[in-house]
Design a protein around this ligand. Sequence first.
Ligand SMILES: Nc1ncnc2c1ncn2[C@@H]1O[C@H](COP(=O)(O)OP(=O)(O)OP(=O)(O)O)[C@@H](O)[C@H]1O
Ligand SMILES: [Mg+2]
Length: 449
Amino acid sequence: MTFNVLVVDDEKNIRTGLGKAMELDGYATFEAEDGQEALEIIEREEIDLVLADLRMPRVSGQELLTRVVDSFPTIPVIILTGHGTIETAVQAMRDGAFDFLTKPVNLDRLSLLAKRALSTRELVLQHRALQAELETHRQNQQIIGKSPEMQRILDVVRQVAPTKASVLITGESGVGKELVADALHHLSDRRDKPFVKVHCAALSESLLESELFGHEKGAFTGAIGRKRGRFELANTGTVFLDEIGEISPSVQIKILRVLQEKQFERVGGEATINVDVRIVAATNRDLRVEIERGTFREDLFYRLNVVNIQVPPLRERREDIPLLTAAFIREFSRENGKTVEGIDAKTRSLLFGYPWPGNIRELRNSIESAVVLAKGEILTVDDLPPSIHDGGEDRDVRIALGSTMADAEREIIRATLASVNGNKTKAAATLGIGRKTLHRKIAEYAIED
Ligand SMILES: Nc1ncnc2c1ncn2[C@@H]1O[C@H](COP(=O)(O)OP(=O)(O)OP(=O)(O)O)[C@@H](O)[C@H]1O
Ligand SMILES: [Mg+2]
């Protein structure tokens, strides 16, 4: 990765001289003839280091320093001073300069100082990224689950995390795919490196492209400055591509190239950028169906799916429900200053038997609202959202002997629909069939809404 160094001096010779020296050290340089111009460049470009003269027209070096420290605190500023102005240099240090050099500048010293400033900046940025991540990690619970299904998943996670293999995590909405992706990163030796998540469905095709690969200044209307993409930011770390099933064919090709050649270009850019990233992707779609339909590239699928982790829906691992419930009760009691200590037997059996079409997310949300609404120390059925306890009284379907398979099917579909208030997506998920199949059967059996 090249660093961008901004040289600010009103004397053209000094400016270009220093710029050349920095270029020889492998940096990309920008030049500004005073603080005002410098600030404009800093707003526009991604500057990693500023070398600034003190006395300049319009905005002085002193003022530039103060503004950078205020608004771009991670950009180091090295102050250049003329002879006899050591006092101002000392003042500049107090004001937050990284260091200072006296003129005429000793280029070897400058070279060393620039290198030190830039590596310090990297550490600051890394630390910030880690702290931000730690915050989101605190909000996320660790993976909870003692069912054999979850234990098997945890085994696979532990086994593949330290490798560079791409992992495709599949499963219904709310089963914990993102949590698995988190674990893959945190159990790898990339754990101290960036972990960058991209929610592919949230962005339009062109936005996603520039988000992933970055763009050059002027690549499209609105691209006022150069921007690094997520793949570049994630270099040496992990990229999590969430909802990978939603991306367009043109972006699919580019991701394939990153997987195969570890290369890409920024949007509107010529230079090829090399990255070392581990890719983890997730989807709640069946990508094999998308391949049949021609909406997902088969070659990309195989590259992503080196290891597949299929997270089963909660209704197929009900043993996990009590533990999850307990964890969520503790979490939300603390968060809301409540003292909920447990749940009564009826509620427990209701939670255990409910089909959880929204999986763990639905359980978590239900417990959150129950805890917030709870009047006592024990959760009761009345505290749960109505969608869960409606029909909770009578969860059996009676099918008389002598019924046909068709009778039985009609009855289970009717009862399931009733239990989820006619929500066909939920009903289909509970029944373990596709929505289309459900619609066909509703028509076939003339089941009323
Ligand atoms: N095993 C688990 N232990 C504790 N919390 C869990 C577990 N699985 C999921 N959760 C929690 O449930 C919620 C949903 O999980 P997550 O976002 O990982 O699901 P997802 O599979 O990515 O869903 P979607 O496909 O909708 O994005 C999160 O708040 C997550 O912390
Ligand atoms: Mg998700």
